[in-house]
Design a protein. Structure first.
Length: 279
């Protein structure tokens, strides 16, 4: 076999400059694909912001842009109490600039909550990431605590992702979780706000792998809804009222059914095929 290089058959005119082929990051030649996005190469445990309420799951970091110091919702497993942690109390190296609020990530397990949800439910449960795993709850008077071992209605929260990306948490009483200043200037959590204002808005971060998991689930749901399974035998068995119990299926090509499925008229096409069998 000849080892000569195969020449291109494309016409090249005198004076034309050869076009350089753009290389992809993986070493291939040609335009890079949009599917090779940054999040594909991202560490699965990278902390990211959720874009939808369904993405809020798994380890969760909740902060509030309070002034003068942003705060984080912590849990003290020794006292079984919620602790409001002030970021300005962090010990930094000399001349080190504190990270911006959006760049912050948990530095201790006490700052992490674990979000769980029943499949298909808009509500979530927030469990402590340290200690025995207590659930964040709110009673009818707006008192927020984290001392319950089991979950019930008072441990259910509905996350609401706002237009600016911040998140509000609504409890079973349709009141919102908020940060409230009490006597002495200290802060505490309350759950009795009727509206979402500055005190009820939190920045939330989750891990990249859980955001990807939620997106994959949504894609599967859309795929099932857009492409229902074509099962002509089951359809005829259910709706066929003639033939003395004998199942009859059309021998015609199923291309028409696939086309009908794409156009959203699968049920109508199956009905037409059953009608033809009676003739």
């Amino acid at each position: 076999m000849s080892t000569d290089k195969v020449r291109s058959t494309k016409l090249i005119f005198k004076g034309d400059k050869p076009k350089k082929k753009r290389k992809r990051e993986d070493g291939g030649i040609g335009p890079s694909k949009k599917s090779r996005r940054k999040d594909d190469d991202e560490d699965p445990e990278t902390w990211v912001s959720p874009e939808t309420a369904n993405e809020i799951r798994g380890p969760t970091f909740i902060v509030h842009p309070s002034d003068p110091s942003p705060i984080c919702i912590n849990f003290n497993s020794t006292t079984n109490r919620i602790v409001i942690y002030y970021f300005d109390k962090e010990k930094l190296d000399d001349d080190a600039e504190p990270p911006s609020l959006m760049d912050r990530t948990p530095t201790d397990i006490s700052q992490v909550w674990v979000t769980t949800r029943v499949a298909g439910s808009p509500t979530v449960n927030l469990r402590t990431g340290t200690g025995e795993g207590k659930f964040l709850s709110c009673d009818a008077h707006g008192l927020v605590s984290a001392d319950r071992d089991a979950r019930g209605p008072q441990e259910e929260w509905t996350p609401v992702v706002l237009l600016d990306g911040m998140v509000a948490f609504m409890n079973v009483y349709e009141k919102y979780l908020s940060v409230d200043e009490v006597a002495g200037g200290s802060m505490q959590l309350r759950g009795d706000s009727d509206e979402v204002g500055f005190r009820e808005r939190f920045w939330v971060k989750i891990q990249s792998k859980y955001k990807k998991e939620a997106n994959e689930e949504e894609k599967k749901k859309v795929g099932v809804a857009e492409n229902p399974r074509i099962n002509e035998s089951s359809s005829n068995k259910l709706y066929q009222t003639w033939g003395a119990g004998r199942l009859v299926v059309s021998t015609e090509d199923k291309k028409e059914l696939k086309k009908a499925r794409k156009e959203g008229r699968l049920a109508e096409a199956l009905l037409d095929r059953r009608a033809k069998l009676k003739r």
